[in-house]
Design a protein around this ligand. Structure first.
Ligand code: ASP
Length: 443
């Protein structure tokens, strides 16, 4: 039998109705053996995630405030689910809540507080499914430095789970060497799912959320964009880096290393194929030449001009050293014969601007320094671009047609992406133009 590890996000488990959907999904396929839940998320757009309620409640408790009301609102979220599902675990939960309340009073820490969202949801889901509950604190370990101990963790997870046909392991947290609870960064249940999949050498890691996978581009810019059926880890990394999010970046490593594919699926539309993330994907698995378009505003280009720069040994290094010394990493660095441009994040740069300009002047004596503060970057990503002649021409024809002035072009040497710099005002127009030519017109 195959083994699938299935992780359900907060919106998939926000109320009893969602629990029913989740149970139906799990029961529909017996290979869905190990389940990693998040804490209950938003039930409607103005609702608050339980994790956020827990942080707020704990912060109040830690300041010595009266946190009863906030605490009761959290208790109610869980009790409503339990009652509606008709589960007989109210007494157990009441005991858990009294322990949690005491621990808040004893200042058990923000991580402990936040982790209770997943912990309690795990207990409820395990009871509802009739699966064993495994506390993540018993099998997921962080070192003294706060970093995940992947090897030891995988060993412990495997040892516990291989004896069990099914189990529920809450996401988002583990334990420190001194037995205190530590969480991953926000959205970290994805990481737990990935670790469990790697430890159990699963055939597939299914990540269930409230969208049918990744879209070719941001739905806030292009309404109703096409879904991405298949994407490679490298493409995903390029798109995620440029702002496309759904999946926690740190969650890629454990499964990727173990060669396990990830399938992003929609709890509310389980029949949709979703997005398959794999190490390698055949070119014909994508209906378009490109896989995705992402991008961000808020960049600055610093252009340095100096006659005969090209023949001045160490010029580039000295310029980059200035940025390095100020703790700023650069995003791109297109260069000409006597010019070089450094593209950096605006917020980081502006805080150190005066020091950087002064240091460049002192260190390399440029003829001129130009600063362009109105830069947005667009990343067009696709494994198919390499094999297709004229891809770049089509991108730039589409942009010219949309009357967009291109400020910068950078094609990665992997030919997996083309980065284009435009003004912030032209950003949305650019995304739409590139989407239109490759996806709508399928050119
Ligand atoms: N509940 C946690 C959060 O809201 C972790 C997760 O959902 O993945 O960040």
């Amino acid at each position: 039998m195959q083994t699938k590890v299935v992780k359900f996000g907060g919106s998939s488990l926000a109320d009893a109705n969602q629990f029913v959907k989740v149970a139906n999904i799990i029961k529909a396929d017996e290979s869905r053996r190990y389940v990693v839940p998040s804490a209950p998320g938003k039930r409607f757009s103005k609702d608050t995630k339980v994790t956020d309620m827990l942080y707020a409640c704990y912060d109040l408790a830690a300041r010595g405030g009266d946190f009863t009301e906030l605490f009761e609102a959290i208790v109610k979220r869980y009790m409503d689910i339990v009652k509606e599902l008709g589960l007989k675990i109210e007494d157990r939960l009441t005991r858990e809540f009294s322990t949690i309340r005491m621990s808040f009073l004893a200042r058990a820490g923000r991580d402990y507080a936040a982790s209770r969202g997943e912990y309690l949801n795990g207990i409820i889901l395990a009871n509802y499914l009739g699966f064993e509950f495994i506390d993540a604190a018993d099998v997921i370990f962080f070192g003294e430095d706060g970093k995940l101990m992947l090897k030891e963790t995988c060993r412990a997870v495997k040892e516990r789970l291989e004896k069990l046909n099914n189990a529920v392991i809450p996401g988002f947290y583990g334990s420190m060497p001194n037995d205190t609870v530590k969480t991953f960064s926000r959205g970290g249940s994805d990481i737990t799912g990935s670790i469990v999949a790697a430890a159990m050498n699963a055939d597939l890691y299914e990540n269930w959320t409230d969208v049918s996978g990744f879209f070719v581009t941001d739905p806030r810019i292009v309404p109703d964009p096409e879904p991405i059926r298949s994407i490679t880890y490298r493409e995903l990394r390029e798109l995620a880096y440029m702002g496309a999010g759904v999946f926690h970046e740190d969650a890629i490593f454990p499964v990727r290393q173990a060669g396990i594919p990830i399938n992003i699926k929609n709890t509310n539309r389980p029949e949709d194929a979703g997005t398959m993330i794999t190490e390698w994907a055949p070119l014909d698995s994508s209906p378009y030449v490109i896989t995705g378009i992402a991008g961000k505003k808020g960049f600055v280009t610093v252009t340095i001009e100096k006659d005969m720069m090209n023949s001045e040994l160490g010029f580039g290094r000295r310029v980059l050293e200035v940025f390095e010394n100020n703790g700023i990493s650069f995003e791109h660095m297109p260069s000409g014969i006597d010019t070089m441009s450094i593209i950096v994040h605006k917020d980081e740069f502006e805080a150190k601007e005066q020091m950087i300009i002064k240091a460049i002047e002192d260190d390399v004596h440029p003829d001129k320094i130009d600063i362009d503060r109105d830069v947005a970057l667009l990343a067009v990503v696709g494994r198919g671009m390499k094999a297709q002649r004229g891809t770049a021409a089509r991108i730039f024809a589409a942009l010219a047609h949309a009357k967009v002035n291109v400020k910068m072009i950078d094609q990665g040497s992997s030919e997996l992406n083309v980065i284009v710099g435009v003004t912030c005002e032209d950003f949305e127009t650019s995304v739409k133009a590139v989407y239109d030519i490759f996806v709508t017109q399928r050119l």
